[in-house]
Each structure stands twice: as C-alpha cells, then as structure tokens.
Design a protein around this ligand. Structure first.
Ligand code: DAT
Ligand code: MG
Length: 154
C-alpha cells in the first residue's frame, strides 16, 4: 500500500495551449500515481495571488500572475507513495533550460516563464495540502483503489 500522500499538479496555460494535458496525465498515470481530482478552469487574479503568495515580493510576480490567469489550466490532484517529491522529480528543474531530458520541463520547455507545469513543493511542508484546498473542496476529491496496487507496492 502507498502512504496515500496527495499532491497538487497543474498544467499551466502554455501546456494547455500546446496540447500537453494528455502527455502529462499519461506520464503521471504511467508512473503509478492515481488521480484523485481534476478541474479544467481559468484562474482569477485572487486565486493566482493566493497560489503564488510566496512570490509576492519578487520582481517577476506580476508577469507570473498575468501568465497563470491568461488562459485555462488543468488542475489535478494525484495520490501515491511520496507523491509530492516524485512529481517534482518528474517535472524537473524550475528553469526548463536546466531541467534534465526525460523530465516534463526538460522535454517540453525552453523558457523559465513558460515551464508547462506546476507541482507542489516537497521542501515546503504542507504546500501540497494548502494548494489542493485552494482549488478543490473535499467532496470533489475521490479516494479509490486502483486494481494494480498490489503490483505497484510491496
Ligand atoms: P516551481 O514552479 O518550480 O515551484 P517557483 O515556485 O520558484 O518554481 O516559481 C514559481 C514560478 O515562477 C516558476 O514556475 C516560474 C516562475 N519563476 C520562478 N523564478 C523566476 C524568475 N527568476 N524569473 C521569472 N519567473 C520565475
Ligand atoms: Mg514553487
């Protein structure tokens, strides 16, 4: 059995526009993570400011919130063993130019301000729960057991 950890993953407006939703979902599914929630939506300024509150003093904050509200996003919750850290590894470095090939950002991005995907920071305790709660009510999340659990976890 997994530890049941949940993490927040969002395909950003550039990823949506470039048709990468399916690719990103496929990678997470293939890894063995289980989707617990999904929402196709466009963020408003308030949600963007809350979601990126840790960056509000940074010079890039206005560009970041303008970008993240510029089009629809695909907001998702994924569950699995050590899910937050594992997703961050699959996403790669924040700057796609530095992200290793084989990671999502390393395979699909070139520019820091267009890095395709967001995932909760595993080095920021509680970030996953906080971000999930910003986007989802409890009754919008589904806990379920995938039939291959016995073959994914020892
Ligand atoms: P991550 O998205 O990997 O968690 P972060 O939380 O440090 O990275 O930053 C949030 C987003 O802000 C990031 O995905 C891209 C943008 N960003 C980060 N640092 C930046 C910078 N120095 N200049 C412009 N945009 C930046
Ligand atoms: Mg971050």
């Amino acid at each position: 059995m997994s530890d049941g950890e949940r993490t927040f993953v969002m395909v950003k407006p550039d990823g949506v526009q470039r048709g990468l939703i399916g690719e990103i979902v496929s990678r997470l599914e293939g890894r063995g993570l289980t989707m617990a929630g999904a929402k196709f939506t466009q963020m408003d300024d308030d949600l963007a400011a809350e979601h990126y509150a840790e960056h509000e003093d940074k010079a890039f904050f206005d560009d970041l919130t303008d970008f993240i509200t510029s089009g629809p996003v695909f907001a998702t919750v994924w569950e699995g063993q050590d899910a937050t850290r594992q997703v961050r590894q699959m996403m790669g470095a924040t700057d796609p130019a530095e992200a290793a090939p084989g990671t999502i950002r390393g395979d699909f991005g070139l520019d820091l301000g267009r890095n395709v995907v967001h995932g909760s920071d595993h080095e920021d305790p509680g970030a996953n729960e906080r971000e999930i709660a910003l986007f989802f009510d409890d009754d919008e999340l589904v806990g379920w057991e995938q039939i291959d659990e016995d073959w994914l976890y020892e």
